[in-house]
Design a protein around this ligand. Structure first.
Ligand code: SF4
Ligand code: SF4
Length: 202
């Protein structure tokens, strides 16, 4: 009987302890602010670490269109042509390999989320269509311009294959193997016809 009472008491204490933990976390959930209340995005940008790799920052006024960033991109998601400078964020993996080759330092990994979308449409961002303050990451939000920059929904440029390297100069035509040695000028003459036995008879 004593054991039975001890087990019942232990069960009640265990349940009470578990419920206390559950209720405590439930109260914390009601107390703390939601994510959007805490960061107030988009009104205030979310603070990120200095080396965070977000959507690119790009300065069209400095870009010289040298194509080095596109060639460095391992997934070919930068489309540069006469109509714009587009990055396909359905393919971009935010590796930052396009940043270092730029000779004029006009492309960097940014820290804003303004180019985000809720669907795959509009993931190609034309930075040439954005106001420079937005493309360069200084203006946090410009929804109209960003929407206009996403009108392009299909790849407009495909990376061309590298031109074939000029074939190395063919070494001077290898000396052709000397023609088979001419037959010796004086081939051993056919042995003189043996004197016919009849001749010897004369
Ligand atoms: S971050 Fe990487 S994947 Fe994205 S555009 Fe630059 S090189 Fe390409
Ligand atoms: S490497 Fe720099 S300058 Fe060249 S096309 Fe890319 S962003 Fe423009």
């Amino acid at each position: 009987m004593r054991d039975w009472i001890r087990n019942v008491r232990l069960s009640i204490l265990t349940i009470a302890e578990g419920m206390y933990v559950t209720l405590w976390y439930m109260l914390q959930t009601f107390r703390r602010k939601t994510f959007t209340q805490h960061y107030e995005y988009p009104e205030k940008p979310v603070p990120v670490k200095p080396r965070y790799r977000g959507f690119h920052r790009f300065d069209l006024t400095t870009c010289i269109g040298c194509d080095k960033c596109a060639r460095a991109c391992p997934v070919d998601c930068i489309y540069i042509d006469i109509t714009g400078f587009k990055i396909d964020y359905t393919k971009c993996m935010f590796c930052a390999l396009c940043v270092d080759p730029c000779p004029v330092d006009c492309i960097f990994m940014g820290s804003t989320f303004d180019q985000s979308t809720y669907s795959r449409d509009g993931c190609i961002v034309d930075f040439a269509a954005l106001p420079i303050e937005t493309a360069w990451g200084q203006a946090s939000l410009n929804p109209t311009a960003i929407a206009a920059s996403k009108l392009q929904v299909g790849p407009v440029w495909e990376k061309k294959p590298e031109p074939p390297k000029p074939a190395a100069e063919k070494p001077a035509e290898a000396a052709k193997p000397a023609p088979a040695a001419a037959a010796p000028a004086s081939a051993p003459a056919a042995p003189a016809a043996a004197d016919k036995p009849e001749d010897k008879k004369e």
